[in-house]
Design a protein around this ligand. Structure first.
Ligand code: BV8
Ligand code: ZN
Length: 264
């Protein structure tokens, strides 16, 4: 029996499947990844890990909004791809078989929802949600540009915007600025998201890691947790990852091609 057939047999026997996805699952929707071939961890010569941080927000919120406005502009017309669709179809099939499926994503593009996935834990938030940095009021928002001041070429220059250029909280008596509802580097993840991810990792019998370099914590730790609780594990990625040698199954290739093949 070859590796694909062995995997299919494992999937058929599983009662609780948990999946962790990363930027590689959205690559075939033409959303650039952060690392790996054809990617860049830089935006206008700024390290993403520096701009996507509380420190950058405290020093220059306009620069942080210019970065997110640029990504919202780039993401606004992107569609889900065969990888997202295969995961949504797998969830539906397992549900029909009275089995459990849990999807944990590091991605903030919400394409899993567009493809029909239901049980999704967004570890790092959503680029289409904004929240008040002062009162915490949370809202959906798809405005591109986020405010008229950002309707210009983005340069990545420091201190280019004033507070008045930034989206303001509309809640009564609140003068806060609205920020992207995403988890920045150096910021804690939301408790309910971590708790859900831990539960899904501890209780599953098959854990799939798809389209992630497995370098960002704590997301990268869930596969090990699943394994320690006896789950079988599989890595599906375009290129080798640091998790490969811990996995029971490894498939290298494009998620949009490999997943439909594996989930048949
Ligand atoms: C926390 C939202 C603690 C924002 C993201 C040193 C200093 C400071 C911090 C740390 C440090 N060391 C470790 C840390 C912790 C840090 C961390 O992990 N840093 C890394 C860089 C080392 N983690 C944190 O800071 C986390 N918080 O630890 O808090 C704490 C506790 C209490 C109080 C205060 C603090 C928060 C991490 C969340 C960061 N936010 N996103 C935004 O997006 O703007 S993470 C960001 O990276 C994205 O979400 C992205 O998804 C994620 C992970 O990357 P991947 O998804 O893996 O993407 P990547 O590009 O790396 O890989 C893609 C893969 O796909 C590649 O392997 C490629 O080969 C493959 N691929 C490409 N095409 C395809 C494909 N595969 C299949 N098919 C294809 N077609
Ligand atoms: Zn507010």
């Amino acid at each position: 029996m070859d590796n694909v057939q062995r995997f299919r047999e494992q999937l058929r026997k599983s009662r609780y499947v948990t999946v962790l996805t990363g930027a590689g699952v959205s690559a075939e929707s033409n959303i650039p990844t952060f690392r790996g071939s054809g990617s860049s961890s830089l935006w206008k010569n700024h390290e993403v890990t520096q701009v996507a941080s509380p420190n950058a927000w405290n020093c220059d919120p306009g620069l942080v909004w210019e970065f997110y406005n640029y990504r919202r502009q780039m993401m606004q017309d992107k569609k889900f791809n065969m990888a997202h669709k295969a995961l949504a179809d797998l969830e539906k099939k397992l549900k029909e078989q009275q089995k459990t499926f849990s999807l944990i994503t590091q991605n903030i593009d919400d394409l899993h929802f567009d493809a029909g996935s239901k049980n999704v834990t967004r570890l790092h938030g959503s680029i289409w949600m904004i929240r008040c940095a002062k009162c915490g009021h949370l809202q959906k928002n798809r405005d591109v540009p986020i405010t008229p001041a950002f309707d210009q070429e983005c340069t990545g220059e420091a201190n280019r915007y004033t507070v008045d250029d930034l989206p303001q909280c509309q809640q009564q008596n609140c003068t806060g600025i609205l920020r992207p509802h995403v988890v920045w580097f150096g910021e804690a993840l939301r408790k309910q998201d971590i708790n859900q991810a831990v539960l899904s990792s501890q209780n599953c019998d098959l854990f799939l890691v798809i389209g992630t370099s497995c370098l960002v914590q704590p997301a990268a730790s869930f596969m090990q947790l699943a394994k320690s609780e006896g789950a079988k594990t599989a890595v599906i990625n375009l290129e080798e990852t640091v998790a490969d040698h811990h996995a029971d199954f490894v498939f290298h290739g494009k998620a949009g091609e490999v997943l439909p093949e594996l989930f048949q």
